[in-house]
Each structure stands twice: as C-alpha cells, then as structure tokens.
Design a protein. Sequence first.
Length: 242
Amino acid sequence: MAKICVSCGKEYKGEFCEHCGYGDPKLKTHAADKYRKKSNSYVPPDERGKKPQSSGGRGKKRDPKQVRLLIVLAVALALLIGWTLAGSGLFGAGNSSAEVVNTFFRSVNERDFGKYAGCHSKEQKNAIIADLRETGLSEREYMDEFRAPFAEEYGSDFVVSYKILSTEKMQSYSMDEYRAAYGSVPTISEAECVVLDVTFEGSAGSETFRMHAYTAHIGLSWRLMELGYAPGVISAEESVNS
C-alpha cells in the first residue's frame, strides 16, 4: 500500500519518497529553498475603512427589559459568528506557529485525523480528506498508515516529542509549487519557519532529527504548510551525523 510522505504529503511506495527524498539517508534536502525567491510575494490586504459611528440620541432612556434583550441577542449573534467561522476553518488550527506545530505532533501521537487535517491549509485539508475517501480507510486506519513507516522503525508504541530551537520570520518565499499542486494559494499575512529537534521513540529504538516547520498565518489562524525533514541523527552534543 502506498505511504504518505510526512514532508511533502505525496504518496510513495518505496523505502523513501521519490518526490522529495524524504527518508533517503543519502539525500541532503533543502526544503527551505522552495519558499525562497528574490522578492517578497506578499501584498498586505487593503484597509477596510473606519467603522461608521453611531448616531444614537442623548437623554433617551431605554426600558431595562429591552436592554437585557439586546444584550442576549448580541451574545447569541457573537456565538453564531464564532461557530460559523470555526466550521469554515478560518480559525482553530493555532493562535501561533508553535501552537499549530504542537497540534500536528499531537495528532500523530493520538492518531487524530481531525486534528491532523485541520492544522493544514484549506487546500491541503481538502486533499487529505479526498485521499481518505479514495483509500476507503477509516480515519483511525488512515492515521495508522501514516504512522506505519515510523512504527516499523521504532515500534508500534512509538511517540513523537519535539523541542523548538528557534522561530524565524520568512520575509520572502515562493508559492509556485503549492499553486501547481493545489491550483490556488491562500492569502498569507505572515510566515514563519520553526526550527525544531523531533524525537521518535518506541520499544524498538529512538532517533532525533532536525526539522523545519513552515507555517503561515491564514485568516485568523496559523497553519502548517510543510514539514522539512533533514536526514541524520543528532547526538547529545547537537552534532548531526549523516
């Protein structure tokens, strides 16, 4: 059965991903290169303008019952808007790049398909859901297949932990490959690269790898756009051995 690459999200059948080289110990990847270009492609959104001021009159007293009713209606409207936005996926993935990274690794450990799909962009989420339907697997089975390559290496009881080393603002990046893969690109207000050490540990062994999580602020939430994997084992002295 085809496996899903943790780095680029595409399917592969061999020991490593033939699309991006994920898992190939002989390949040195440069995941950050695909986001770099000479000029910044981000254009800030247009200003929405100032809100109109209320022209309510002075000196007119309101009925207390009417005031309470207006408060109740306002709260109900706020809840309705919140539920609508949450259902649309505009927020809920993460309030920061660190939070969406945490959501991703939690989804892997907990085999939670909803969290896994939800921490990605709308286009990526739709592609993941479409892939789930195409495989005919349940959400739990799908996550088991996602974990399978790591389970073979570290044991079926493996867990993933991580340590964030730094977070860097990305001033320039290219979404050309993203557009080619999904047909459109989201509006990104800011992007960050989270550098982290990720440890896979189970009954069959453990290894730590340096990874780059490329995150983007889309709408009201941060999303995980890509997880760049650099083959190599990191020793206690933080040196990388290929």
